[in-house]
Ligand binder design. Sequence first.
Ligand SMILES: Cc1cc2nc3c(=O)[nH]c(=O)nc-3n(C[C@H](O)[C@H](O)[C@H](O)COP(=O)(O)OP(=O)(O)OC[C@H]3O[C@@H](n4cnc5c(N)ncnc54)[C@H](O)[C@@H]3O)c2cc1C
Length: 417
Amino acid sequence: MKVAVLGAGVIGVTSAYYLAKAGHEVTVIDRQAGPALETSFANAGEVSFGYCSPWAAPGIPQKALKWLFMEHAPLILRPKVDYAMLSWMARMLLNCTAERYAVNKSRMLRLADYSRLSLAELREETAIPYDERMQGTLQLFRTQAQLDASAKDVKALAADGIPYEVLDREGCMRAEPALRHVADRIVGGLLTPKDETGDCFKFTNALAARAAELGVVFDYGRTIKGIDVEAGKTKAVLTDRGPVQADAVVVALGSYSPLLLKPLGISLPVYPVKGYSLTIPIVDPARSPESTVMDETYKIAITRLGDRIRVGGMAEISGYTNDLGPARRRTLEHSVMDLFPGGDVSRANYWSGLRPMTPDGTPVIGATKIRGLFLNTGHGTLGWTMSTGSARLLTDIVSGRKPQVEAGDLALARYAG
Ligand SMILES: Cc1cc2nc3c(=O)[nH]c(=O)nc-3n(C[C@H](O)[C@H](O)[C@H](O)COP(=O)(O)OP(=O)(O)OC[C@H]3O[C@@H](n4cnc5c(N)ncnc54)[C@H](O)[C@@H]3O)c2cc1C
């Protein structure tokens, strides 16, 4: 079957790879000059299968109010008269109950665990390098209240059989020796030892090269304008350089997916939630992280990527904008220098990206009401982590095969009613 994959971020490229392996004739279309040049470019580098959690959680509305007045706030809200923004926020609030959190977290963990197995297999079959490490994620708590609040995550991890360790201060320093320099700032941590780290940009580019070897055609510098539908079935992808015929179309346009779907009468509750990162060359390895440390106070992830530290985080609700202000940079520098001052921040690269967020945190994978039109999008905070499992599920659905893990509750239909 001829399949057009729209978007060459980590989600589009992993989809193309597995679709080609399943025997499809695949073309990837993207407006950029190469793979992973938008949100998949400089994310925080976590491949955190065990840390996968929806942001919509009990207690978040109260915390959010507090964050709005914090100097180094994890949440920045720029409200405007925008129906998509307001309705997305309202739906997110509805997901902040204990019951919804448990359902959403369990879906994310299922997909993340499938991704863990899939990524391990993929590494074995391709041996692609991407500054990968397999030393876990340490969620770091600076207060007893944070440590106590992690009980709900521990419960979910235990229920889903994901390995974890609750650590005291000494345990945190054993996991991340550079923390010895700042021991007084730490109360404890939650380690998910099966988690990994790596550079999403390098991964996506290396995988795109493997996909090309399998016959995938990458059509860069082409802007997608719409999808031509005839008698309830996809016919072609409309672009600024003419139509591309396809039997099936996979939408993997990240935050831009809802804009393409709206004229087709498909309402996809994905909203861009902006985040920022700094990539810092390491000058003192003894004061640098070994793996990913998630600083719970600022909700900022600090990751070792080869000879660099990547620090990323913050959630800014401000629409489709990638501008880079000095205040967010100060927050990233503050968090990383407070715990791991082993890099030279004067030589750091500063970046922002738009997370394609659903209100329940779980991506949208599956068929739509239009025959031949499939979605693999809305991966939000941990899209790279969930990419390989999502792409395999999508491939099975497009190919008419039964997915290896439950996928029915990941489709767009879950929002009906
Ligand atoms: C600060 C930050 C930190 C993060 N940290 C992590 C992390 O540590 N671990 C993790 O797993 N995830 C992390 N994420 C999330 C992760 O980066 C995203 O979920 C993931 O990159 C989304 O991939 P995507 O392929 O869906 O979107 P994208 O990478 O944005 O790809 C979409 C593609 O569609 C193309 N496109 C869009 N519209 C059009 C059009 N009209 N025509 C043609 N092409 C178009 C774009 O050019 C782009 O290449 C982070 C995100 C941010 C912002």
